[in-house]
Every structure is written in C-alpha cells, then in structure tokens.
Ligand binder design. Sequence first.
Ligand code: G1P
Length: 292
Amino acid sequence: MASVRRAVILAAGLGTRMLPATKSIPKEMLPVVDRPIIQYAVEEAVAAGIEHVVIVLSPDRAAIREHFGGGSRIEGIARERGDDALTARVLAPERLATFTFVEQREPLGTGHAVQQAQPYLEGEPFALLFPDDIILGPAPCTAQLAKVYEGCGAASVIAVQQVSREQIPQYGIVDPTGPGNPVRLRGIVEKPPASEAPSDLGVVGRYVLGPSIFEQIEKLEPGAGGELQLTDALGVQIAAGEPVFACRFEGRRYDAGRPAGAIAAAVAAAIDREEIRADLLAHLTALMPTEQ
Ligand code: G1P
C-alpha cells in the first residue's frame, strides 16, 4: 500500500491574473480541454495512489464542491433518460477519490491554507498540489515525489525546475547542497530578487510533506507579501537540521494561472488526446504564417 495516501489541493486563490473570467468562476474551474484545471491535479494525485483528497477553498467557491460532489441537475437528467454513458461521464469526477472540502476564510497565504487541512490528515504524510501548475507526462509528478519521500527515509520533498533569471522573483527558490537529483537542501527562500537567489531552481506547486510541517506552520510570522508562507515553514525545518529534498521531476509543466500558460496547457493536453489531435493540428496549421 502507498505510504502517501492523502493529498491537499489549495484552491483558495483569487485568480486575479485571469480576470474577468474569474469574477464569478474560481480559476481552478476554468476548462483546459474538457475538464477544469483542478481535475488535472486530482487525477495526478489519484494516479500516485492517493485515495483521500482534501480541497482547501475560499467561502464563495461552491462550484469546486459541486464538481466533485453528487446531485447535479445534469446527473438527474442523465438518470431520467436512462443514459448510462452520460451518467458515467457526469459522475466521473466524484468517483476519482474521497473528497473533503475545507474553507480558508481569509487569504492569509499558503502556510495558512495548508493548516486548514490538518484536521483531515490524521498525522499522515501528504502530497500538496497547487492546481495552477499542470504537469503532463507519462509519470505523474506526485508519484515521482512520493517515491523520493519513501527512498529518503520520509523526508519532505519539493518539486523544482530550472527557471530563467527574469522568472526568479515569481518563485520559491531552493539552495541545494550539490548537483544531485534528488538533492538535500540547505535553504529555501520565497520570491527573492534574482541578485540574491541561491540558485535557479524554482519551486513548482508539488510537495510531499511529513506531518511535522504543522509544528513550523503554527509558529510562522508573515513573510513575503505579508502572508504566512509555506516556504518559510520549510526553511525553518531545514535550519533545524531536518532533511528536506528537492526533486527535478520529469514532465512538462504549465502555469495555468496565467493566460499563455493556460492556453499552452490546453494545446499540450489536447495533442495528447487521440480523438482531438488531428482536428486541433489542422486549426493550428491554418494559423501559421505562410511563406511569401
Ligand atoms: C507559490 C509558492 C512558490 C512557488 C509557486 C509555484 O507561489 O509560494 O514558492 O514557487 O507557487 O507555482 P504563487 O505562484 O502562488 O505566488
């Protein structure tokens, strides 16, 4: 049985980069091909053997709850019609896992958001996913991290990838102890200026964490942006001598919280789908500038 059986998905962001689409719809519910952004994170967690998903929401985001819950109008219509195939498609999201929803009432940061899930984790290690990051590829990123977690004696693991100098101030940046992969960390800093960054390895929104992280989160003071940052809690863990590893994962990562990233994720995910690929490529080819 997998040792990481629970996942926490943070879905309480404001989605300001995707306004006005996110005025009434949570950014996590915007579609990428034919499923909402958040479903990619759930499917990735499930593919890693996770059975119980805790989703942290802001209070006005009922659509996420409805997506992974039963009793929708379309379910009623599909059942009334006796259309089993349609019913199965409607029920697919809620059948992925067992879901718990918990509210983050104020946007106080990632550390605070994760803390809201603590009562549902029962002291177990957990995967943490930020659904804005869509990661595609044959090996689910969460499964890669869980393997490192098990191989490194239950040390926390953070997914990282190389980022450009210009992008450094948008990311948590790790300070690795060497060139290996996975590599133990000697530090981590949230959104530093490029001139002060300890490396060019940026944190991607995937972690596997042990329950001891909550001891650090409880003691957090506001950090970057005045928020309680998960990165700072990890930094305290590292400073206290606890092993924390970074893993350069295999897979293509898209920032679906930004317009260009969301479109790129949709194109990539659609190209992976055989029934859509040819049609989409024809559209894309028609958009290519023709030689004069
Ligand atoms: C969050 C984390 C940051 C990480 C990033 C990855 O920042 O705080 O450390 O690098 O996600 O997507 P956000 O993008 O939510 O500001």
